[in-house]
Write a protein that binds this ligand. Sequence first.
Ligand code: CTP
Length: 407
Amino acid sequence: MSILSGKNILLGICGGIAAYKSIFLLRLLIKKGANVQVLMTPSSKDFVTPLTLSTLSKRPVLSDFFDKKNKNEIWNNHVDLGLWADFFIIAPATSNTISKMSSARADNLLLATYLSAKCPVYFAPAMDLDMHKNLANQENINKLIKHGCIHIPAKSGSLASGLEGEGRMSEPQDIVDLICNDIIKDLKYYKKKFLITAGPTYEPIDAVRFIGNFSSGKMGFSLAKCVLKFGGNVTLITGPTSLDLSHENLKIISVVTADQMLNETLKHFENSDITIMSAAVSDYKPKTKLSYKIKKQNDEPLSLDLVQNSDILKLLGNKKKKNQILIGFALETDNEIQNANNKIKSKNLDAIVLNSLNDKGAGFGYDTNKVTYINNKGIVKNFKLKSKDEVSIDILDQLITDFHEKI
Ligand code: CTP
């Protein structure tokens, strides 16, 4: 699947002979699964027809502020268009449009949309050699770069005028490659394989009862969501929760007991680059699971024989290969830092995320968390109380800082 799949792209076409290349650019974007809305300046229609572009994009091409053919005169809202877009590509960008963009003129829909757009804007100048070289035009291009637009420089070669030199619009395939590479650069964890555990485990006592804990799974799900946003692939092994998440790069495996979590985790560990164990695994389970419901004994206390579950994280720590990163969580009530440091050593971790039950708004069930991150070199980072999504970003950013050579 392409990185452009599902992206909303505005393709702005200005009036120049290179507009014929926009048809190829549009085809490439559509083939990559992007949703493309074409915006044309009035004069570009002299070079390519709206019919060709609307047929290829499967959407009406927009050019005017009002749809004059429609009796109700529908307003093409430039603000909505600007907000809809993930990217705006103006190709070809003529001297006229570049000049208007650089001075905030808005006398057509393409320009008004440009001024409203919040997304990255790419512009690919195309004009004749001397027009391109013209100082005022060069100044305008530089102004746009200063304003934050991304310049796709014109190439040298033979021009429509018959002259040779710089002014040809960059080739459609090169434009698509450049944008794809920019997206990948921003995806900090592009194609990295994550294994994340989340939620509690339930250890059956009898046919209707279990030993569990109050973990909601929110932290693990939030981590998975952030990794997916950063371009990674996630296998999420979760104990019982009410949460749900779906994404093409996500595989969710639901388990109930610590033993099931152990089995699934071991199956997927070898193939993972980064493993984050945020699950609250039950340390103990009843020695035997009764197949019937235990009846109440009159006034008699009931005692259960418990045996220890395997420490999944410790097992993974023993199996860890050099290039794998292994992160644990620790929930502590006292001697927090020392206990967390001990867990880093005893479980062979690269880092641990410490929750203290002494912090308000942190821990099980909350949408917020307050964590301390400690790595295996003893670096301690205290983060403020934040939403679990913000905490996830802090953790993932910190991993890049600490382990960039492995990531
Ligand atoms: N963990 C695990 N398997 C267990 C218990 C814990 O993989 N049987 C993992 C948790 O997912 C977490 C880390 O170990 O990433 C620390 O869990 P925590 O409950 O804080 O510590 P324990 O090692 O269980 O030690 P204690 O309960 O004594 O603090």
